[in-house]
Structures are given as C-alpha cells and as structure tokens.
Design a protein around this ligand. Structure first.
Ligand SMILES: Cc1cc2nc3c(=O)[nH]c(=O)nc-3n(C[C@H](O)[C@H](O)[C@H](O)COP(=O)(O)OP(=O)(O)OC[C@H]3O[C@@H](n4cnc5c(N)ncnc54)[C@H](O)[C@@H]3O)c2cc1C
Length: 386
C-alpha cells in the first residue's frame, strides 16, 4: 500500500483517510469486480458511505458530511478509487456535483433537507448538464424550461448522466432564454424523479455500474422554489461544480495509478523470466521508478489544486484544470506501463489492471476533456502573461 505522505496532509486528514480505507476495504473491495463485470450499481455501498460521512465529506457533520476541506475530500476519493474507479466517480458525483451544489447554491429547503439526505446516501442525485448536441460546448445546451402559468415546463434530452438510471433527484441545467445568449440564459433546477422523466441505460467501456443514462424530459413541471440559485445564472453553478469535479477526477486517476503500480509490483516480484525474477532486470526497475515519480508528481499537483480551492486563491480554477490534465496524462501512462509489465496477464479479462486501464480512459473525457482543460489553461495563461 502506498502511504500518503505529503507536507499538505495533516494528521486529521490521515485519520480520515484511514477510515475511508477501512470502509472501502469492507464494502467496496469485495464487489469491485462485480460492479465492472455485471454493470452492478453499488446502492448498498453508497448507503454505507453515507452512514460513515464519506459520501460528501466536504459538508458539515450535521449535514451528513465530515467537516473535511477539499483536500480531505480529494484524498478520500483517491483512496476509494484504489479499490474501484466506479465507486470513486459515484462519490464524486453524489458528493461534489450534487450534494455540495444543492448545499451551496440551493434554497434553504435544498440546503437543510435535501443536501443531508444526499450526503447520507438516503437519496441518489444526478448532475444533468451534457446533451446529445453538446458536451464540451455546454453553453449551447438545448433542453428548455419555459414559463407557463406561473410554473416552469422542462422539455429536452440529457446524455451520459451518471446515476441517471437510479436518481431520486436531478440537478438539471436548462435554457431559459435565446440560444444566442448562450451561458447567460441557462438556469439550474431541482427536478424530482417523476413519470415525465424517461431514463435509458448507456453501456460504456469503463467506470461501469454507475447508472450512466440518457434522460428524456417531457413536460416536466417545476416551480420557482425548484430554481437552484438565480434564473439565468445556472451556468456559473455548473462551472463551479465542475471545477471541484476536475480535482476529484484527478484524484480518481491518482487512485487508479496507485492501484496499477501495486498490481505491477506484486507481479514483477514473483514472475520469473530467463531464470530471474523480473525485478532483477534494470529496465523493469527503471519502469517502476518512472511510474512512482509520475505518481508523486500527480499527488503534488492534485493536492496543490485542492488547497488552492480551500484557500480561495483566485486562480484555483486554472489549477483544477492543470491538475486534471497532468494527472490524467501521467496516470494513463503509469497504467499503460503497468499493463505492459504484466504481459498478457494485464489484458486478461480477469485482471484488475484490465479494469483500471478501461476506467482510466474515461478520465480524459468526463468533467471536461483534455482539450477543454487546455482551453481553460491557455485562457488563464494569456491573462496571466498580460
Ligand atoms: C461515463 C461518462 C459519464 C458522464 N457523466 C456525466 C454526468 O453525470 N453529467 C453530465 O452532464 N455529463 C456527463 N458526461 C459527459 C461528459 O461531460 C462529456 O462527454 C464531455 O464533456 C465531452 O463532451 P462530448 O462527449 O459531447 O464530446 P464533444 O464535446 O462532442 O467533443 C468531441 C471531441 O472534440 C474535442 N473538442 C471539442 N471542442 C473542441 C475545441 N474547441 N478544440 C479542440 N477540441 C475540441 C473534445 O475534446 C473531444 O475530444 C459523462 C461522460 C461519460 C463518458
């Protein structure tokens, strides 16, 4: 097991991480393969995480969280993802993208009643932004909310929505003005599960068992009380949530890379070739040295970005993108090398590395693709250089 030792990590973080590790070992490790192979949605593990306050650690204890900062939350997602990338992503979506968003931007009822139920795993929530028309260009979404007789009526489709199949509540981003107004005419709504929502499964190559779905909204009626934040100001909520999501996806990739090096190390220590163990070849040792160096670089950039968020640095958003881009590029390389070190065993459908490899690919896409991170970083660079 790779120890988390870093100057930014406190004793309180370490104690929390020990709890996350114990709970993950008990409730996630035994079902990690099943989640992947059978596309099994781990509803009970989510409930258990909620009971231990590790589903949305960033919320206060009395709201179902653990009073953790963003760094503590990132650490917990890293540790969970060593056992299962799917469980890491479920925690990220439920905790950061949904519970924390309702807690931070919602009405008093959303904050006091809904957020705690999500953090405790009593309710399941989805973050519904992407659509068949557009993912990277989120300001172009087409799902409409129209004002009719004092209420709002929502029609449209959402695509790739994590937990969409199982959600009790959806944080839905809609167009509430002309398409040309782009991000200035997007409003976020709380939509409760209802007959007006049809959820169809989408099967993906990695991060399986997360209830990925296409959602169709047909004449869903919601009220003014269901607006999250202000009318036409929903895009900011989406982007703020995604900034946290980027740190979380970087943490998932870090956890996956750590799991990969542990698998590879165990293998090369026991595997013989040419009358020697693989570890006796310098090339193999150098591969592992590179992999660990990449992992420690990932760790530094991921923790740094979390602390910038905690300390409210004004450039936190650029560092969230830098952390995601660097962690994903390095992490995928670590995982690719781990598969190589284990030869055909690494690509066997029975191997954990096979699952890790497929899970890692999706980290280049979710919460903004590598190209979208580069757009954010370049925009910041142009501003920074004046
Ligand atoms: C398993 C999974 C779960 C997901 N869960 C959710 C969820 O819970 N909620 C949600 O809202 N969304 C979710 N998504 C959607 C995800 O956020 C989008 O897939 C992502 O933002 C990319 O959008 P897209 O797939 O439409 O690709 P597109 O936007 O169509 O992009 C296609 C390609 O073009 C590139 N590209 C686009 N524009 C440019 C440009 N200007 N310059 C250079 N390259 C460009 C992209 O980087 C990408 O490589 C999920 C996706 C997956 C795979």
């Amino acid at each position: 097991m790779i120890l988390i030792r870093h100057p930014l990590v406190t004793r309180e973080h370490e104690k929390f991480v020990e709890l996350v590790d114990e709970v993950s070992k008990e409730y996630v490790e035994p079902i990690a393969d099943k989640i992947d192979r059978e596309n099994y949605y781990p509803r009970e593990a989510i409930r258990k995480f909620g009971e231990y306050g590790i589903l949305s650690p960033v919320l206060p204890k009395e709201y179902g969280g653990s009073n953790m900062d963003i760094l503590g939350t990132a650490l917990s997602i890293e540790v969970i993802s060593r056992y299962s990338g799917s469980m890491g992503i479920l925690t990220e979506v439920q905790g950061f993208l949904v519970a924390h968003a309702f807690y931070t931007y919602g009405t008093s009822t959303m904050r006091e009643e809904l957020a705690p139920k999500l953090a405790r795993g009593e309710l399941i929530g989805s973050f519904a932004l992407s659509e068949p028309c557009c993912g990277s260009d989120a300001a172009a979404i087409e799902t409409r909310a129209e004002r009719k007789g004092g209420e709002w009526v929502i029609n449209g489709k959402k695509m790739w929505i994590t937990q969409g199949l199982y959600a009790d509540v959806y944080l839905v981003f809609t167009r509430t003005g002309p398409k040309e107004a782009r991000h200035r005419a997007i409003t976020a709504f709380l939509v409760r599960r209802n007959n007006c929502i049809e959820a169809s499964p989408i099967h993906v190559m990695g991060i399986r068992g997360t209830g990925t779905s296409e959602l169709t909204f047909t004449d869903c009626v919601v009220g003014d009380d269901d607006v999250v934040g202000k009318v036409n100001e929903g895009f900011k909520i989406a982007m703020e949530a995604l900034n946290l999501g980027r740190i979380a996806v970087a943490s998932v990739t870090l956890g996956l890379a750590e799991a990969a090096i542990m698998e590879a190390m165990e293998w090369v220590r026991k595997r013989n070739a040419f009358d020697q163990t693989l570890t006796s070849f310098e090339w193999i040792q150098f591969q592992l040295a590179d992999m660990l160096s990449y992992i420690e670089t990932m760790r530094s950039i991921v923790y740094d970005s979390a602390v910038r968020f905690d300390r409210k640095y004004d450039d936190y958003y650029a560092f969230a993108s830098i952390a995601k881009l660097v962690a994903v590029l390095l992490g995928i390389d670590v995982i690719r090398r781990a598969v190589q070190l284990t030869g055909a065993y690494g690509v066997w459908s029975n191997s954990k590395l096979n699952r890790i490899y497929r899970d890692a690919k999706l980290m280049e896409i979710g919460e903004g693709t590598n190209e979208v991170q580069r757009m954010v970083i370049y925009k910041w660079l142009s501003k920074y250089l004046g």
